[in-house]
Design a binder for this molecule. Structure first.
Ligand SMILES: *[C@@H]1O[C@H](CO)[C@@H](O)[C@H](O)[C@H]1NC(C)=O
Ligand SMILES: *[C@@H]1O[C@H](CO)[C@@H](O)[C@H](O)[C@H]1NC(C)=O
Ligand SMILES: *[C@@H]1O[C@H](CO)[C@@H](O)[C@H](O)[C@H]1NC(C)=O
Ligand SMILES: *[C@@H]1O[C@H](CO)[C@@H](O)[C@H](O)[C@H]1NC(C)=O
Ligand SMILES: *[C@@H]1O[C@H](CO)[C@@H](O)[C@H](O)[C@H]1NC(C)=O
Length: 276
């Protein structure tokens, strides 16, 4: 009976087709994960959306989104750094409103016009710009940062609110920025390809009248391919109310996340990435 139900559900999904909010990243964006292997289910929230982040005519990264808390669980991308010249415009995800809407991220105004939906409908499905207005001590913190991409489209694509969390402003412009810019540059010396999974642990506080969660921790992990036979990995975690990051091994971060989520053991990368 359960099996039948599952078959029915998946048939319905197939029939609805075309949307990029899917039940996994396998269809459209496995390429952003080392060996096409996303993190295991231990981080999945009750009400998830798997977003293959699409902008213009291409995919640029992948995000597991928590629809209830209206923040990403993590974003995954390939590291190709330059410096980021810009800070707007911000975009939203039409596809979170309903399966029949555009799979490309868009500016709010564009979408409300073409989609014939209200700001209320949009806001029910995800965080909107208004949620991030007049914050005190918090920034719109990118998980996947603009500065880790090397062309204007992929930089633009990081400015979707589904890739953003309320982040301590001193952390964002201090130790976290230093990790993104200096430590990453240092650590990736000799790396051919570096895969990153960067995420946020939900906290007990909310902004915008309880609409958007303020994470308790922000973390990042990397698996670098030096060549076909050599890989290295590293990770960091930061409390989201202090200006400091702690450098860890990949295994160390996975253990920490397993504790923080109080669930099954967390695995962020394929087992070929070294844990020590
Ligand atoms: C979907 O979004 C893309 C990129 O913004 C835009 O070019 C296209 O016109 C949109 N399609 C529809 C059906 O609204
Ligand atoms: C827009 O939506 C409203 C309410 O759902 C509907 O009455 C109206 O006909 C729609 N307009 C267009 C142009 O689709
Ligand atoms: C961006 O990075 C990719 C992958 O490393 C590389 O192939 C490409 O040439 C780079 N593009 C620019 C404009 O630097
Ligand atoms: C990136 O965004 C800027 C600002 O809106 C825009 O001028 C530029 O055309 C965008 N680039 C691409 C490649 O979409
Ligand atoms: C860069 O890495 C080396 C060894 O991996 C380390 O000794 C050095 O302190 C690092 N420098 C910075 C600025 O992080």
């Amino acid at each position: 009976m359960l099996l039948l139900l599952l078959l029915q559900v998946s048939a319905t999904c197939l029939w609805l087709g075309r949307s990029e909010v899917v039940t996994s990243f396998q269809g459209s964006c496995p390429q952003f994960f080392f060996r096409q292997t996303p993190p295991n289910q231990a981080l999945e929230p009750q009400n998830p959306a798997w977003i293959c982040q699409h902008y213009g005519n291409q995919y640029y990264f992948a995000t597991l989104y928590d629809r209830t808390r209206r923040i990403p669980v993590y974003s995954a991308y390939v590291y190709n750094p330059t410096s980021c010249p810009r800070t707007d415009p911000w975009m939203i995800e039409p596809q979170l409103v309903g399966l029949n809407y555009n799979k490309s991220m868009e500016k709010t105004r564009t979408f409300l016009k073409e989609g014939n939906v209200t700001l209320k409908q949009l806001g029910d499905s995800q965080a909107i710009l208004k949620d991030y207005k007049s914050l005190k001590g918090l920034h719109r913190g990118h998980l996947n940062p603009c500065g880790h991409h090397n062309d204007s489209s992929s930089m633009n694509a990081t400015f979707t609110l589904t890739n953003i969390v309320p982040q301590d402003e001193n952390l964002n412009i201090g130790a976290w920025k230093n990790y993104e810019q200096q430590t990453m540059k240092n650590k990736t010396q000799g790396c051919k390809t570096t895969y990153v999974v960067v995420g946020a642990v939900p906290g007990n506080n909310y902004i915008s009248n309880g609409r958007v969660n303020k994470p308790s921790y922000i973390w990042s992990s990397a698996c670098c391919e030096v060549d076909n036979n050599h890989r290295k990995a590293w990770a960091v975690i930061a409390e989201n109310d202090k200006n400091g990051v702690t450098l860890l091994t990949l295994g160390g971060l996975e253990n920490r996340l397993t504790q923080l989520y109080r669930g099954n053991p967390v695995s962020l990368f394929d087992s070929a990435c070294p844990r020590q």
